[in-house]
Design a protein around this ligand. Structure first.
Ligand code: SAM
Length: 256
C-alpha cells in the first residue's frame, strides 16, 4: 500500500465511516475555524472529514512531501496553503499561529523520538492535536484461514520498520503518543476507529490484501502469496476488521 491518490481515494469512505464521531466533533470545536496544519495531508481527506462534521472557515495548511498528492489536495481545496516538505525534521514544522495540528493515517509511520519531539513542540506552542486512524495491530478476517495470525504478525513486524522517521512505532503509536502528550500536560482521549469491510468493498479489500501480503512477503513470509490467493477467492463472502485508534489532545489552555 503506497500513498498514491488512487489508494487514498479508495480508503477515504471507509476512513470517514471509521473515524470516532465524538472525537471528530471535539476536534472541529477545538479548531474553531482557526489555522489547522495537516501533517501528511495526502489529498486533503482530513479537511473533508472536518467539513462533513460541520467545520467551517478553517485556515488549512496542507503539508506533504509528495507534490502529486499536494496538487490533488490543492485542486479539491483551492483555499488551502500547500506546503511541500519533509515532516521528518520536527523542528521545522511551521506551528506559528496554528491552533491545531492534524494527522490522519500517519502516526503509525513515525518513531518514538519523532513523537517525543512533536509532543514537546505542541506543548511549547499550546497547540491541540488530532491524530486519526493510526493502525493498532488488530486484523480479523472472515471466513478464517489458518495462516491469518501468522500473516498479521509478519505485517505488524513490517509496520515497525523505518518509514523515513527512524524505527516506526507501528501499532504502538497511538498509545505511546497519548502517554507522551499526557506527560506534557495535555488532556488526551483515545477512541477505536476500526474499518469494518464487507463483500461490497471488493476493490478496497483487494488492494488491502495485496498490500498486506506484499509487506509480509518483503520480510520473508513464505505463506503470503498462498494466503493472498485464498483470500481473493473468498472475497464474495469476505469480511475484514482492521483496527485503528483516534487521538485527541487538548493543551492546558484549551480546556477551560
Ligand atoms: C497513509 S497516507 C495518509 C494521507 C491522508 N492523511 C489521508 O488520511 O488520506 C500518509 C501521507 O503521509 C505522507 N508522508 C509520508 N512520509 C512523509 C514525510 N517524511 N514527509 C511528508 N509527508 C510524508 C505521504 O505522502 C502520504 O500523503
Amino acid at each position: 500500500m503506497g500513498f498514491d491518490a488512487h489508494w487514498l481515494d479508495l480508503r477515504e469512505p471507509a476512513d470517514l465511516r471509521a473515524r470516532d464521531a465524538s472525537l471528530l466533533t471535539r476536534a472541529v470545536e477545538l479548531a474553531g475555524g482557526g489555522a489547522v496544519l495537516d501533517l501528511g495531508c495526502g489529498t486533503g481527506a482530513t479537511a473533508r472529514a472536518f467539513a462533513a462534521a460541520g467545520a467551517a472557515g478553517c485556515d488549512w495548511r496542507f503539508l506533504d512531501n509528495d507534490p502529486a498528492l499536494l496538487s490533488h489536495a490543492g485542486a479539491r481545496h483551492p483555499q488551502a496553503a500547500l506546503l511541500c516538505g519533509d515532516l521528518a525534521e520536527v523542528g521545522g514544522l511551521p506551528l506559528k499561529g496554528v491552533r491545531m495540528v492534524a494527522a490522519s493515517a500517519l502516526l503509525d509511520l513515525v518513531s518514538e523520538a519523532w513523537l517525543a519531539r512533536l509532543a514537546e513542540r505542541l506543548a511549547r506552542h499550546g497547540t491541540g492535536f488530532y491524530a486519526a486512524l493510526s493502525y493498532d495491530g488488530v486484523m480479523r478476517w472472515q471466513p478464517e484461514d489458518p495462516r491469518d495470525a501468522r500473516i498479521r504478525a509478519r505485517f505488524n513486524t513490517h509496520q515497525r520498520g523505518d518509514k523515513g522517521f527512524g524505527p516506526a512505532l507501528g501499532p504502538e503509536a497511538a498509545p505511546r503518543a497519548a502517554a507522551m502528550l499526557r506527560a506534557q500536560g495535555f488532556e488526551v482521549q483515545l477512541a477505536p476507529s476500526p474499518w469494518r469491510l464487507g463483500p461490497q468493498e471488493t476493490q478496497l479489500q483487494t488492494a488491502l490484501l495485496d498490500g498486506i501480503a506484499g509487506a509480509a512477503q518483503e520480510i520473508g513470509c513464505a505463506d503470503a502469496a498462498g494466503w493472498r490467493m485464498a483470500r481473493h477467492d473468498m472475497l464474495a463472502q469476505g469480511r475484514a476488521e482492521i483496527g485503528h485508534l483516534d487521538l485527541l489532545a487538548l493543551p492546558p489552555a484549551a480546556r477551560g
